[in-house]
Design a protein around this ligand. Structure first.
Ligand code: ADP
Ligand code: X2W
Length: 284
């Protein structure tokens, strides 16, 4: 049982942080690997609701990679990842759109109990993408690189007092295709376009590790200028590659701070934003 004075003190301790973030946009990316447990999902939703009610404009961008892989498996298709991105053929693209814009998006919107509005990258011209390429000429199929962001629809939803819940698909800029976009990248793009104060990427590890798998090697904070050396060391692989890249892009483009943190910790968002217990890896 917590004494009433202690409870009041906890709230008062949060006051400077609430003042700092009041009226600001915070983009939270909630990854599929941290979404598996219903109790944790509920804790994430409670955090977002609390922040919303104290006047902090949370924009939720979600993943759903494991759900897509499960659904692909049901159809007999395999999932293949290259540099942390899903190779997406046209059949996979249909599943990606169904799972992300349908099941995952609407489940989160429902949990927000009337406060959430679901948006896909096609809504209101939010994201336009071209086919992803890289210097090696890798073919990723219908994986898109967002080249144009029109955040008006998201700002309108915020201005009307709702919480935007965004899925990472995009309309083709130069063709009629729909593209699959990594959700971390989509979160960074929207954070930049909305001039968000902070980008938080929730995942299933404590943050960026110097030695993956060794929790003791967690890097607490990192200057974006230090990232190339870290990448060269080979410490960053798989799904961590797009995460690190997009934190760097966000910070370089004016987002004050980007954080990669453990979505398996209950109330990780509140701990990061409203206490002095910074968790995870902070990019600045
Ligand atoms: N240096 C590293 N530090 C931490 N995790 C790493 C690192 N390199 C690779 N990873 C992997 O990246 C994964 C997170 O990416 P991903 O599975 O795509 O998460 P999400 O579904 O949350 O987007 C971790 O579970 C871990 O296996
Ligand atoms: C291009 C690409 O890889 N797209 C991702 C989109 C979903 C996503 O990013 O989900 P998580 O955040 O849960 O990993 C995919 O198809 O899995």
């Amino acid at each position: 049982m917590i004494a009433p004075e202690t409870r009041a003190n906890i709230l008062i301790e949060a006051l400077p942080y609430i003042k700092e973030y009041n009226g600001e946009v915070i983009v939270v990316k909630y990854g599929g690997n941290a979404m598996i447990d219903e109790e944790l999902k509920q804790a994430v939703i409670q955090d977002i609701m609390l922040l919303h009610l104290v006047g902090i404009h949370v924009v939720l961008v979600h993943g759903g990679g494991p759900d897509i892989s499960r659904m692909l498996k049901k159809t007999g298709a395999q999932s293949r990842f290259i540099n942390g991105l899903r190779y997406t053929d046209d059949e996979a693209m249909e599943i990606v759109q169904m799972v992300l814009c349908g099941k995952v998006n609407k489940d989160l919107v429902r949990l927000l109990e009337g406060k959430g509005i679901g948006l896909g990258g096609m809504d209101g011209g939010l994201f336009r993408a071209v086919k992803m390429t890289d210097p090696e000429g890798t073919d990723y199929g219908f994986v898109g690189d967002i080249v144009d962001v029109n955040p008006k629809i998201v700002q309108d939803v915020i201005d009307q007092g709702y919480i935007p819940v965004i899925s990472s698909v995009a309309a083709g800029l130069e063709d009629n295709n729909v593209y699959n976009v990594n959700a971390d990248t989509a979160a960074a793009k929207i954070a930049i376009a909305l001039k968000a104060k902070k980008l938080i990427l929730l995942t299933d590890v404590r943050g960026v590790m110097r030695e993956p798998g060794n929790d003791e090697s967690l890097i607490h904070d990192i200057k974006v200028s230090q990232v190339p050396a870290l990448t060269m060391s080979g410490a960053i692989s798989g799904g961590m590659i797009p995460k690190v890249d997009c934190c760097v892009e966000a910070v370089r483009s004016g987002v004050e701070r980007a954080n990669i943190q453990d979505g398996r910790v209950p109330h990780a968002i509140l701990i990061e934003l409203l206490t002095n217990e910074g968790i995870g890896t902070m990019f600045h």
